[in-house]
Structures are given as C-alpha cells and as structure tokens.
Design a protein around this ligand. Structure first.
Ligand SMILES: Nc1ncnc2c1ncn2[C@@H]1O[C@H](COP(=O)(O)OP(=O)(O)OP(=O)(O)O)[C@@H](O)[C@H]1O
Length: 234
C-alpha cells in the first residue's frame, strides 16, 4: 500500500505539490489526470524519489520511504516510466530489457514484452536506445522496460504521449491485462478517456492539490461533461 501524507513540494515559494493526501491500496489501478502544469509528474517524481518533498511523508507497505534514494525505492520494487524517457547510447534494447529484468532475457522473452507495446522485436532488439529512435519508439521501449521488471508499484507518466493510434490501442490492451491480473499497483498519469475507463480510482490534480477523487463511475461522467463544455466554448 502506498500512502501519501500531507505531501508538499515547494520551489522558490511556489507550491507545486500542496498538501496531497492519498492512499493507494494494493493491486489498484489509479489514473491521475488534470490540467497541464497541475503537478502530476512532480507527484510521480516524489513517489519515485527523483525529487524530495519539502514536507509530508510517503509510506510504502508501512515503511517510511520519504528520504530513501531512487535506487533504494527501486529495490522495493517501485518503478517509473518517464514522460520523456532518457536514451542510452551504446545500449541495445535487449540489454536494457535484461538489465530491467535482472536476468538474461532471451530473444523470445524480449519479443513478448516488445509486442505488448506494439513493437516488432526483430526490428528493435539489436538497436541501440539512442537518439536515432523516434520519440514514440523510445517511449514504448521505456514502457517495455517497466513491463520487464517484477514490480509492486509501476508509475507510467503519460504513456500515450507521442504514440500512434495503432500502438495506443495495443498499449490499452496491455494496461487492461495488467489491470485484470492485479499483480501490482499501477499509477497511470493520463489525459486519455480510454485509459481512464480502466481505472479503479481516478484522481484529478489541479494547482498542486487533489481537486476530486473517486471511482471511475463517480468521476468520469462529470469530467467528460467538463471536456464537452470546453470544446463547446471554443
Ligand atoms: N524543480 C522544479 N523547479 C521549478 N518548477 C518546477 C519544478 N518541478 C516542476 N515545476 C513546475 O511545476 C508545475 C507542475 O509541473 P508538472 O510537470 O508536475 O505538471 P503536470 O501536471 O505533470 O503537467 P503536464 O500535464 O503538462 O505534464 C509546472 O509549472 C512546472 O514548471
């Protein structure tokens, strides 16, 4: 279980994350959404230990991880797929997946994971994760590297960003499978209705705070009405 208690992150007096209280029970699929610049990615970075809160606490399975380093959190089986993934010149896709998995991964195993993100393994397995991969390709390889790990909590930051329609459909299938298997908790930051449809809980973050949270049935209809009225105003 993940517990965020009065979590705050401030830079130069600006409250980017402001008193967030949130509990994510085991094996739940939580979608975080909200306007651009609302603080979603910052919250994900705080959970992963890329940034540290100004105040408040983060507990994971009852352990206070607030001041733990990113590598220590990774050992607790917490993983994060960046909104804008890093590239690794000189490292092949197969090597990256093997490092993520912790064991030597066969071509067949890599193939299964790559196809879950809509990539044909034969075309990618020997390629480097470098600047020659397109944005959508590197994004899907980043997601595959999380799928290759044995995680208790996976955080995906806008997995749909830069992904074509066909690959997005494949990703939705993969997230649906993860949701149905319920082997781990998933936090997915997304603006996509199809992804929100998979959620056990939707959390809307605006101006650094939780504006609303609840089940998909409680949140989604009013969210869609808001989208419709914004579109109408345009
Ligand atoms: N370390 C930092 N220093 C200064 N400003 C920051 C820092 N981290 C985040 N911000 C600012 O905080 C705000 C929230 O950023 P964040 O990336 O968390 O938003 P978001 O909700 O994920 O947005 P989007 O939907 O556009 O991805 C932005 O205005 C961003 O520029």
């Amino acid at each position: 279980m993940l517990e965020l208690q009065h979590l705050c992150f401030e830079v130069d007096g600006k409250k980017i994350v402001n008193d967030i209280n949130l509990t994510i029970a085991d094996d739940r699929f939580t979608v975080i959404t909200g306007p651009n610049g609302g603080g979603k990615s910052t919250l994900a970075r705080l959970i992963m230990g890329i940034e540290f809160p100004t105040s408040g606490k983060i507990l994971f399975d009852g352990v206070d991880i607030t001041n733990m380093r990113i590598d220590e959190r990774a050992k607790l089986h917490i993983g994060y797929a960046f909104q804008q993934p890093p590239r690794f010149k000189g490292m092949s896709v197969q090597r990256l997946l093997t490092l993520a998995n912790g064991h030597n991964m066969s071509k067949e195993e890599c193939c299964e994971i790559l196809s879950a993100v809509g990539l044909c393994a034969n075309d990618y397995i020997d390629r480097d994760v470098d600047g020659f991969l397109s944005g959508g390709e590197v994004k899907r390889i980043e997601i595959a590297s999380l799928l290759a790990r044995d995680l208790k909590l996976s955080i995906f930051d806008e997995p749909e960003a830069g992904i074509d329609l066909w690959s997005f459909a494949k990703l939705v299938e993969t997230f649906q499978r993860l949701q149905e298997e319920r082997k781990q908790s998933i936090i997915l930051i997304s603006h996509q209705e199809r992804i929100m449809q998979l959620a056990d809980e939707i959390v809307i973050i605006e101006n650094g705070s939780i504006k609303k949270k609840g089940s998909k049935d409680e949140i989604l209809p009013s969210l869609m009405d808001e989208f419709d009225s914004c579109a109408y105003k345009k």
